[in-house]
Design a protein around this ligand. Structure first.
Ligand SMILES: [Zn+2]
Length: 192
């Protein structure tokens, strides 16, 4: 079934559009609970739990649930989730938004001391952004053999003349993040 229907004036209206033109999303509530990890142990798992909380935020906004945070000096300096639908912007991936937030906060595009945590392996665009931002590390949960470009499907780090390489740690909290993503797509498949 098409997502679009013909309006009274022949204009294309998205299903769910009400009279005032506001789109009323109807996301199924996320059945996964946010986590509140102890701040005493700020290891990779700690930061990934915060990224997972961002993915839950994405779900509740009816976006593909992928979340990211950036750690700098042991602190979270950016948190973001996928907003492609809300912003109607194919570049509004969690990683890009989190990297931009970090650069704005630090007033620098070089993020050598920063680590990006993201619930799914970065796509070609986001893996490229990680290199361009000169991130110190990228830690991700779900390996992506289809689009992942930090080892899953390919690696941008294999470009022979690259002048910056990030340290990559895959698979942190992969089962938990995968559960969330798969549950979301299962519901979406039932809806369509
Ligand atoms: Zn991406």
């Amino acid at each position: 079934m098409s997502r679009y229907t013909e309006g009274a004036e022949g204009s294309l209206l998205r299903e769910g559009v009400v009279g005032c033109g506001v789109i009323m999303p109807n996301p199924p509530p996320c059945p996964f609970e946010k986590r509140y990890p102890s701040e005493l142990f700020r290891d990779d798992r700690y930061f990934m739990q915060l990224a997972l909380n961002e993915a839950i935020e994405a779900w509740n906004a009816d976006e593909v649930p992928i979340g990211a945070v950036v750690a700098y000096g042991g602190q979270v300096v950016a948190r973001a989730h996928n907003r492609v639908e809300a912003l109607k912007d194919p570049t509004a991936h969690a990683e890009i938004l989190a990297i931009t937030q970090t650069s704005n906060l630090l007033g620098d595009w070089r993020l050598n001391e920063a680590t990006l945590y993201v619930t799914k392996e970065p796509c070609p665009m986001c893996a490229g952004a990680a290199i361009m931002a000169r991130l110190s590390r990228v830690v991700y949960a779900i390996r992506d053999p289809k689009m992942g470009c930090l080892g899953g499907a390919a690696s941008v780090q294999r470009l022979p003349r690259l002048n910056h390489r990030v340290e990559v740690t895959p698979g942190v909290m992969e089962p938990e993040c995968l559960d969330l993503l798969q549950a979301y797509f299962a519901i979406k498949r039932r809806e369509s």
